[in-house]
Design a protein around this ligand. Structure first.
Ligand code: GDP
Length: 425
């Protein structure tokens, strides 16, 4: 198995978790490289639904090492909660199975308070963040006033660090955000026990990644969110606060570009988006509502209804460029069952070879493809799909220009058509 990056090619929630879970048995380690617990990957295993926010989606495979790279921001309470929930279900998360980078930044209680206070103050123009403190934690990282896992697990270092940070932080909390200030003692008392619990898993994950590569083991780098939420390439300012594109795997996991062999882009057979911002193919009518209901399009992290619309080949072609996508996985094809005709955006009027700097200027050029009515969730080979469903997949593949090697036809692990390439074995 080559070293693979998995990225969302739309606005997140493409079903990356299921695809990572499918590939995980073939790699030595799965590494998360960016984002925080604003991501939510949903896995359905043996009829049980498991939502992961911070733990890599390979965690359910006992033989695979799961690493949280330093590009991730970690809310220790959330991570411990997730570890406890999986442990209660019988998963053994031993120190050799799970590793947390010493250099990953920590989401502190004031990050969450600031995130929520800002969104409240923005009112109608809110970004639509999950309010989990991810943006403020990344801001502090860049401003060089962050707390890292290495600080969290060492009470003396933590006390020192908080002593440096808190005077300025409290000034802003009180006088600008209208949030109560925090004393170093209170914060230490809250954080130190969590640091102590996380200590066994905290280590140099870069060294571990390279040790695995040195042994000839392969690595799956797991992205969170989606390409058009990327801080540089997304629909700014309605974006997340990290780079979500495949290149971020290098910075966030500690490998060079030459370590990456394949980039698998995950795309829904239609499009969804959570929060504010441009969405050229959004369907605000009954068909959009039907997609939401049938596709259960409600956020795994917040429960918020997702905005729904049609497949956008122009968006996908841009995602292919930005990520260097070599193969595509198409998810939730089953959700389109029962539609008479399926609209697909084949390009944006006036943009040929270029991509609009402001996506709200994009006017889709539509094509309509025939739908199918027979259920497809039982399909396991291309031959099991109705003719129209195959034609739909073929047309998307031609429009995007990258082979579709996996088709997902239901939430369960088994509800998958492996067309070839990486997924064939
Ligand atoms: P991720 O963050 O990209 O992993 O995506 P989410 O987990 O937020 O959203 C994907 C949702 O779709 C989850 O609830 C999955 O169980 C579900 N899902 C994944 N693939 C399929 C599929 O092919 N069909 C259907 N109906 N649901 C799917």
């Amino acid at each position: 198995m080559p070293n693979v990056v998995i990225v969302g090619t739309q606005w997140g929630d493409e079903g990356k978790g299921k695809v990572v879970d499918a590939l995980a048995p073939h790699v030595a380690a799965v590494v998360r490289f960016q984002g925080g617990n604003n991501a939510g990957h949903t896995l359905v295993v043996n009829g049980q639904k498991i939502v992961l926010h911070l733990l890599p989606s390979g965690i359910l495979h006992p033989e695979v090492t799961s690493l949280i790279g330093h590009g991730v921001v970690i809310d220790p309470a959330v991570l411990l909660g997730e570890i406890d929930r999986l442990t209660a279900r019988g998963h053994v998360l031993s120190a050799d199975k799970l590793g947390i980078s010493l250099s990953a930044h920590v989401i502190l209680p004031y990050h969450t308070a600031v995130d929520q206070a800002r969104e409240r103050a923005r009112g109608a123009s809110k970004i639509g963040t999950t309010g989990r403190g991810i943006g403020p934690a990344y801001e502090d990282k860049v401003a060089r006033r962050g707390v890292r896992i290495a600080d969290l697990i060492d009470p003396a270092r933590l006390a020192l660090r908080l002593g440096e940070i808190l005077p300025e932080k409290n000034h802003a909390l009180e006088n600008w955000h209208g949030v109560a200030p925090i004393t170093a003692d209170a914060l230490l008392n809250e954080l130190a026990p969590m640091g102590a619990r996380l200590r066994p898993w905290a280590r140099d994950t870069v060294a571990e990644v390279h040790a695995i590569l040195g042994r000839g083991g392969s690595i799956l780098f797991e992205g969170a969110q989606g390409t058009f939420l990327d801080i540089d390439h997304g629909t700014y300012p309605f974006v997340t606060s990290s780079n979500t594109v495949a290149g971020a795997a290098c910075a966030g996991a500690g490998v060079g570009p030459t370590a990456i062999h394949e980039v698998v882009g995950i795309a829904k057979a239609y499009t969804t988006r959570v929060g504010s911002g441009a969405f050229p193919t959004e369907d605000l009518g009954a068909a959009g509502e039907a997609l939401r209901a049938i596709g259960a399009e409600f956020g795994a992290t917040t429960g918020r209804p997702r905005r729904c619309g049609w497949f956008d080949a122009a968006l996908l072609r841009q995602a292919v460029r930005l990520n260097g996508v070599t193969r595509l996985a198409l998810t939730k094809l089953d959700v389109l069952t029962g539609l008479d005709r399926i609209p697909v955006c084949v390009g944006y009027a006036g943009f040929d070879g270029t991509f609009p700097a402001a996506l709200e200027d994009a006017v889709p050029v539509w094509e309509e493809l025939p739908g199918w009515s027979d259920p497809i969730s039982g399909a396991r080979t291309l031959g099991d799909l109705p003719r129209e469903a195959r034609a739909y997949v073929d047309r998307l593949e031609a429009l995007v220009g990258v082979p579709i090697e996996l088709i997902s036809v239901g939430p369960e692990r088994e509800a998958t058509i492996a067309v070839g390439g990486l997924f064939a074995g």
